[in-house]
Design a protein around this ligand. Structure first.
Ligand code: GRF
Length: 244
């Protein structure tokens, strides 16, 4: 934990002698030295992005990272299934990929540990779940808690779970949106980092609404990750502050 504070941020664990443990002890040891590679003379945060499908959120991050001023680089893309467009996008961009299927492990905990090991192998500063349709377990959170973020296609805490868009539509809300949050041990229950509202149209079906939400989701994810890596962030209970 950072001396004199009950919170820590990316900056704390990215410098030699910085924070080695998260605010509630759940983060586990931090990699503290030499973690930030230099790209063209600038410091870039290392992102590992996890995907399960089309990977349009990943693509938005890849596009943003092409500008070194963004402050981050996608160093690996992981998936829970092979043959998806998200992996193809990474491969086309020349980024290393890994696939870990839950079914290939005797226990869910073994998969969770293997996923954490695979991510760890790329020394990420931040792990981004971008349409990754699996919940991680205690081992993963012990290593990446506080720096593992997710995007959800609804305004949490409303419509958590696998069907956020469908559930919002069925409920009849007039405004829905998207949320970027820090993953904790619950389902879409972690501290909210950023949100954006999206109007629901009378004639929307799930696909049309999801497409509209995803336009906002991609922009919000890119903006939020960029601000986090450039300005740092801190977590006080449920309150996340980006920048100091
Ligand atoms: C996003 O809406 C994400 O929130 C949800 O699945 C979608 C993934 O889209 N969990 P993509 O794979 O990034 O295109």
């Amino acid at each position: 934990m950072c001396p004199g504070r009950d919170w820590c941020s990316w900056r704390d664990w990215s410098v030699p002698g910085g924070c080695t443990q998260g605010r509630d002890g759940s983060h586990g040891p931090r990699r503290v030295a030499g973690g930030l590679p230099r790209y063209g003379g600038r410091m870039s945060a290392r992102l590992v992005v996890l995907v399960s499908g089309a990977g349009t959120n990943l693509q938005a991050l890849l596009d943003a990272c092409a500008d070194e001023a963004y402050g981050a680089a996608v160093v690996a893309v992981g998936a829970d299934r092979p043959g998806i467009e998200g992996l193809a996008r990474a491969q086309r961009a020349g980024i290393p990929t890994f696939v870990l299927r839950v079914a290939d492990y005797p226990l869910r905990a073994d998969w969770d540990r293997a996923l954490a090991d695979a991510c760890d192998g790329f020394s990420p500063d931040l792990v981004v779940s971008a349409g990754f349709m699996k919940l991680v377990g205690p081992d993963f959170l012990a290593r990446f808690g506080g720096r593992f973020i997710n995007t959800h296609p609804a305004l949490l805490p409303a419509f958590a779970g696998m069907h956020g868009v469908r559930d919002a539509l069925e409920y009849g809300v007039k405004i829905t949106g998207c949320t970027v949050f820090i993953v904790d041990s619950g389902t879409d229950t972690g501290p909210v980092i950023a949100q954006a509202a999206v109007p629901v149209s009378d004639d929307d079906d799930v696909a049309a609404l999801h497409e509209r939400v995803k336009v906002s989701e991609r922009a919000l994810l890119v903006e939020t990750v960029g601000r986090m890596v450039r300005e740092g962030w801190s977590v006080h209970g449920r309150k996340v502050k980006v920048g100091h």
